[in-house]
Design a protein around this ligand. Sequence first.
Ligand SMILES: Nc1ncnc2c1ncn2[C@@H]1O[C@H](COP(=O)(O)OP(=O)(O)OP(=O)(O)O)[C@@H](O)[C@H]1O
Length: 211
Amino acid sequence: MSNIEVHGATKKFGSKALFQNLTFSVPAGQMMAVMGTSGSGKSTLLNCLGLLEKFDAGSLTVGGQQISAFSSKEQRCFRRDSLGYMFQNYALIEDSTIRDNLEVALAASGKAKIRGADFDGALQRVGLGGRGNELVYSLSGGEQQRVALARLLVKRPAVVLADEPTGALDSTNESMVMNELRNIANAGATVLVATHSNVVMSHCDTVLDLS
Ligand SMILES: Nc1ncnc2c1ncn2[C@@H]1O[C@H](COP(=O)(O)OP(=O)(O)OP(=O)(O)O)[C@@H](O)[C@H]1O
């Protein structure tokens, strides 16, 4: 189970506190929207939960394990095995093909897992069927966002962190992304989505407002 629990989290840049003594939990299988005005700290919170930045104080527990107390090596393994990102810069390898980007997500899991993965099915689901050989840098922003979603579909991480996952998409693709994130949650993952969109919020079970 991948319940997320954050207790007493504080994050500051210089003298500016983005959040202080923040406590919340998200049960496995649920989706939480992280909302708030521009600059309120939504991306920073997701970066901290994704172990890309550190809280100044407080703890992060996932599935009963206190991740914030892990060694660097343990955190690297946790990132590789359990976390899935859908971030604003898409975190894709731009000069590789779509298919290579999906394979990389499974590289640590071994060749057998790569052979068994349904890359074509994942690309079909995000509306990119048959385009696995195209280079990522040649894709539009919305297409890159959908590659990031396909990568989650093949990796099936326990925790999904999505930062404005529909920012570059039309309303049809926005619904598709949110429905797929819901399927990922229904399969047992915990999904956090930073967003300004009320449509995205309406797909979530709970809301954390950082304003
Ligand atoms: N590494 C950093 N050093 C200093 N300040 C930072 C750093 N990262 C973020 N900030 C500041 O922290 C604040 C929150 O940034 P963040 O990107 O988390 O906000 P956000 O709520 O996601 O905003 P938006 O909705 O505009 O994307 C901003 O004022 C930003 O400039």
